[in-house]
Design a protein around this ligand. Structure first.
Ligand code: GRF
Length: 200
């Protein structure tokens, strides 16, 4: 049984989908911690309800990004998970953290990467007029949303869609894709082969 830790900044609906999938027995993992940079994150309530220990590293209480990142790194080392799951962590992780956990960190992004990296991916998709959007689960490397792709799910973009409507439809797919990718990791079925991930 793998030990996973979730890193989240906000409402934590993906975190909840992971908690639920573990609860159903679909994902062979134990969620050993929630780590958050935001003491007001709704994800904290979700952790409490599920009995998952929560570590708050309040970004605003640190004098600089460097000092914050050192605290975050040492918390992550202390938690010592097999996999760190970035589920709506709204900051860019510094390279010292990314390098500390090679192949042990995954992220979900609300676009079909490599399109629409960074913030407001759904808005970018609507503005660009793409006909298909979706979400991507990928390993984290030092590039922005550019690590090896584990899996993707698509949704159609409808003519009436605004950013929020599209985001909602993508989110439904995120809640399927993320637990599925974590399951594959926990079953030791993901092999990173250069830029690509092979599923065995
Ligand atoms: C999701 O859209 C995810 O793709 C992005 O941040 C959002 C987090 O939502 N990285 P939630 O906090 O899991 O509800």
């Amino acid at each position: 049984m793998k030990r996973i830790a979730v890193v989240a900044s906000g409402r934590g609906s993906n975190f909840q989908a992971i908690i639920d999938a573990i609860g159903r027995g679909t994902v062979p993992a134990e969620c050993i911690a929630l780590i958050t940079d935001n003491p007001k994150a709704y994800a904290i309530e979700r952790a409490q309800k599920a009995g998952i220990p929560c570590r708050v590293i309040d970004y605003r209480t640190f004098p600089s990004r460097e000092v914050y990142e050192r605290a975050l790194l040492s918390t992550m080392q202390d938690v010592n998970a097999d996999l760190f799951v970035l589920a709506g962590y709204m900051r860019i992780l510094g390279s010292s953290i990314v390098r500390a956990f090679p192949g042990k960190m995954v992220n979900i992004h609300p676009a079909l990467l490599p399109c629409f990296t960074g913030l407001h991916a759904q808005r970018q998709a609507v503005q660009h007029g793409v006909k298909v959007a979706g979400c991507t689960v990928h390993f984290v490397d030092e590039s922005l949303d550019g690590g090896p792709i584990i899996l993707q799910r698509c949704v159609p973009v409808l003519e009436a869609d605004d950013e929020d409507a599209l985001a909602e439809r993508i989110l439904e797919q995120e809640h399927i894709a993320f637990p599925e990718a974590i399951r594959l990791f926990c079953e030791d079925r993901l092999v990173i082969d250069g830029r690509k991930v092979r599923i065995r």
